[in-house]
Design a protein around this ligand. Structure first.
Ligand code: GLU
Length: 426
């Protein structure tokens, strides 16, 4: 993972995602009429582990990184959630992301609780060998709390299937036998699932199609802008274009490009494979990264990191529908502004759930020692995404609330029901 010489990373404003996550929960708890004890149980992480990761660098020097694994809730099954490598990782961020995983798994009815991991590191400034050492040491440090029936990591921002292969190997060596079910998002040759790599993007586009239809717009002939051209944004742009949407703007951490008559996404993919960035693609003009969010499009897909739509720019958004490919891209204040401006927001815990759904399929395949066909994976993914869309949008209409409030309420009710049935021990 190397950086592009001379390129300047465009970093958005950071907001307190944990405060936003807590506020969303508080609304759901109040609407559901739960008591303060139940609220505290839902708010507090079950387990939080902070670890030091001493690293021998390639030049022989030593440094110490910090990593986290937070298991927010395990009432409905093993903890589940990605591992993030980013210089912005903090314990509070990991707490928020773990809480959102709990709601996401409950909403999509996959039998997991929620977790998240993170290491405060910029992976672009480390060699592959250094990243392997970081990953193996981090895995060793969190070993006591992970396992195929305890907590199952997966890729997230800054990590990929190679990271999962190293984690799987490190865990397996500690057990003395191969344990494919300890992580998901593995390479295919190590028991990864067909369709996992593109699952989040496929799910985003299923929700985009449904959300557009709900406001009377067909996907073919619509216009789209996609922020982020990584694990989620790149395939989302492809699938949108395949479905007949005109993707008129795309960005990555180095800049944005714009072509009002539509970008050739396949040609852009080749350019990115060659150069490492969307910048410099000759089928579009260079554009202002912040301006991408403010384009007049039918669907805007923020697919990078959290907090990019905030009180400072929400008023200027002109998209008809926002489909959250990233986790937490819209701040709480921005949510209120978008609602009053009539922008429909399909929330992260619904829109980007395709990844964890196919993670569940991968885990089920590991447990069965059996590989499913790609078409089965894709059909079951679509079925679950659309079922969740219907229940969230019906609930939102019935109660005249946002899709986010409806999704959170439905998820929180499911987690609370599991907790109530299991009871308190002792
Ligand atoms: N990191 C992804 C997410 O935020 C996938 C998590 C998983 O598959 O466990 O949903």
């Amino acid at each position: 993972m190397s950086s592009i010489p001379g390129a300047v990373a465009v970093l958005p404003e950071r907001t307190s995602v944990l405060e936003d996550a807590h506020a969303q929960l508080a609304v759901a708890v109040a609407d559901l009429g739960y008591d303060s004890g139940t609220h505290a149980m839902l708010k507090q992480s079950r387990r939080e582990l902070t670890v030091s990761i001493p690293l021998r660098r390639d030049d022989g020097s030593t440094e110490v990184l910090t990593g986290y694994r937070v298991q927010h809730n395990i009432s409905r099954g093993p903890a589940k959630g990605g591992l993030r490598y980013s210089p912005h990782v903090t314990l509070d961020e990991v707490r928020a992301l773990a809480m959102w995983m709990t709601w996401k798994c409950a909403l999509l009815d996959v039998p997991y609780g929620g977790a998240k991991g993170g290491v405060t590191v910029d992976p672009r400034t480390y060699s592959t060998l250094e990243l392997e050492r970081i990953t193996r040491r981090y895995t060793s440090e969190i070993l006591p709390i992970i396992g195929p029936h305890q907590d199952i990591p997966a890729p997230d921002v800054g990590t990929d299937e190679q990271t999962m292969a190293w984690m799987m190997d490190t865990y397996s060596v500690s057990q003395g036998h191969t344990v494919p079910g300890v992580v998901t998002g593995k390479p295919l040759s190590l028991g990864g699932s067909l369709g996992r790599a593109s699952a989040t993007s496929r799910g985003v586009v299923h929700i985009a199609r449904a959300a557009l239809l709900s406001v009377g717009i067909d996907m073919p002939g619509s216009t789209a802008a996609v922020q982020g051209f990584g694990k989620v944004g790149r395939d989302a742009a492809h699938f949108l274009a395949d479905d007949g949407s005109q993707v008129i703007a795309v960005s990555d951490q180095f800049g944005a490009i714009h072509n009002p008559s539509g970008i050739d996404i396949r040609a852009l993919g080749h350019h990115v494979d060659r150069t490492g960035s969307v910048v410099g693609f000759d089928g579009a003009d260079e554009f202002d990264s912040d301006g991408l969010l403010e384009l007049e499009v039918d669907v805007l897909v923020p697919a990078a990191i959290e907090g990019v739509i905030h009180s400072g720019n929400a008023e200027r958004l002109r998209a008809r529908v926002v489909v959250e490919g990233a986790n937490g891209p819209t701040s709480r204040d921005a949510d209120t502004i978008l609602r009053s401006n009539g922008v429909l927001v399909a929330p992260d815990i619904l829109a980007n759930a395709g990844g964890v759904i196919v993670s569940y399929f991968e885990w089920a395949q590991a447990n069965q020692s059996y590989r499913w066909e790609a078409r089965d994976v894709e059909a079951r993914l679509e079925e679950r995404m659309l079922a969740a869309w219907r229940s969230v949008s019906d609930h939102a209409h019935t109660h005249d609330i946002t899709l986010r409030a409806a999704a959170t309420r439905l998820a929180v009710a499911r987690v609370t029901e599991a907790h109530r049935l299991r009871g308190l021990y002792p």
